[in-house]
Design a protein around this ligand. Sequence first.
Ligand SMILES: C[S@@+](CC[C@H](N)C(=O)[O-])C[C@H]1O[C@@H](n2cnc3c(N)ncnc32)[C@H](O)[C@@H]1O
Length: 234
Amino acid sequence: MKHIELSPRLRAVAELVPSGTRFADVGTDHAYLPVYLIQEGIISGAVASDLREGPLDRARQTAERYGVTDKISFRLCDGLDRVAPEEAETIAIAGMGGETIAAILGAAPWTKLGEHRLLLQPMSALPELRSWLQKAGYVIRKERLCQEGKTIYTVIEAGHGEMPPLSPAECWAGRQDTCAGDPLRPTLLAHLLRRVERALTGIRQSARPEDIPWKDELEQVRTGLIAMQEEETK
Ligand SMILES: C[S@@+](CC[C@H](N)C(=O)[O-])C[C@H]1O[C@@H](n2cnc3c(N)ncnc32)[C@H](O)[C@@H]1O
């Protein structure tokens, strides 16, 4: 049987899945991730959920094509609504906006019981997701980066636990210690710094009082990112 190939983004998620774990993939779409993990012998089975029929049908087709249908339980549901806490030790929520990921976790408070490893791969709103995780009682244990073309993707490994509040720059880029040693970290910091400088160029010219807090926050992000860059090059 042919083996499935993962994109660098999904491979970065797969690399954080421990061998033998009970696994759930939320928003599975084509089910590439669980099928890969089963084919590689990393897990023996999985729950694969999606909000919509179309993606879940695609998931079933992939499983069929690679001969692993009997190893995956398919669930049509919003987030983790039809996944029981004991069915998964490791939960991947990948390829969605940060707000959607937060909403899925918020609707499943059992993910905070301390027994679940959460692998989160947001496509947008990373600062909002990191800040939400801290306030909601999750700890970010590590972050891994990968690159596809010019885009750098982040995978966040989180679980239940206390995490001190994040600075504005840490919300944007993650904490230095959780991202330590990632070869793409300098590229990410340079990329974020360019983005914040662009946003500041516009907002520095604004005379609107309501822009002042946003400008102050962006200045703090900029200062924090520069400090991180300096620390990286030490
Ligand atoms: C862009 S695809 C990502 C597929 C795969 N996880 C990946 O990373 O390549 C996003 C999938 O998430 C599903 N989705 C969006 N919101 C969801 C929710 N609240 N619960 C479950 N699935 C959701 C969509 O239907 C879609 O199939």
